[in-house]
Write a protein that binds this ligand. Sequence first.
Ligand code: ZN
Ligand code: ZN
Length: 377
Amino acid sequence: MAFDVHVLGTASARPTSKRQVSGSIIKCDEGNVVIDAGEGFQTRFANQRKNLKLFEKGTTLKTAKIDAVCLTHGHLDHTWGLLPWLQSMSLDNRDSPLLVLGPTSEEVFDSLLNNQQIPDQAPPAELARQFRYWQSLGGNHEALSYPIRWVLGDIENNRWLEFDAQQNSVHQLQGMPQPSKWKNNKLCPLKTNHSVPSCAWMVESKSKYGTFNRMKAAENRLNVEQKGALASGQDIELDDGTKLYAADFRGEPKNGLRVIISGDTAELASGIIDLDNCDLLIHEATFVEDAAKWADDFLHSTATGAARTAVQCGAKHLAITHYSSRTKDSGEPLREAQSILQDSAISCSALSDGDRIIVENDGQIVHLFWNGNGWSR
Ligand SMILES: [Zn+2]
Ligand SMILES: [Zn+2]
């Protein structure tokens, strides 16, 4: 499998008896990334790990394998569980480094860079404020068993800065850092549209070479070395001077796979719809149609807005989440989203807490519903 996405909270700001606030994990072959960590994330993470142990032998969620935390914005239902969970991982004696990434505004970025205070007009939920607090409250290598980097981005202008551990200062980075061990997967922020600086997060696997044409190699009577060279992308010249081009021995390159988690946003966020394809789009659907005005007022999406976004970014599958506490049952937003998608090839499902979505290497997508006793299709 290419990705195994665990969605541990599907409520919007106010949790309900069945739904907790935001927090997801994307597992890929090189490591795992947490997208948002609202209140109680440490408990939900531990529960999911326990459930995997009980019901899905062979699949684990190791804290040591979490390479990055990507925050979509500073609202507390997406961030307030981070520090306690960082401390839980320290009690588990984690020692691998952790990268924390999040968005800020152009103004706050400039103030930080000039060693000025965070401007008063910046919202209370500004991530720069939270990063400073968390660092001072023990979110640093001295207090934790593992090194941690706090990195904020001005997403619009692709500028990145890192909070220094000792002094109250920052330094600018060349670009957005990636988890240090990752070679075949990439994290990518996508600009969204919310009441505070925000972004969606995409994990993208590297595109792969097309299949090597063995028949053609046999017809040309190539030896092992010649085949190896062509297979690794090198053109070769035969003894008689004939040139053979690697590209002629490969099928069409296979696209990398893309998983996106939107965070909170109005529909048709520019960073998402700029894409022309993605495999899995997990998109907020805070409101149903009869509350569409609220979606506009608070820069959230309706279920139909999530569906319109899925169409625009060429998604193969849309999974909706982040329901308002007024939404009693996800059947209603699901039907609304499906009504927009009925003439498209896009499949759609509604997430509940604990659900997983698997993206296979061939692009097949399976929603695994948590049923209290394991996962069912
Ligand atoms: Zn939210
Ligand atoms: Zn929000």
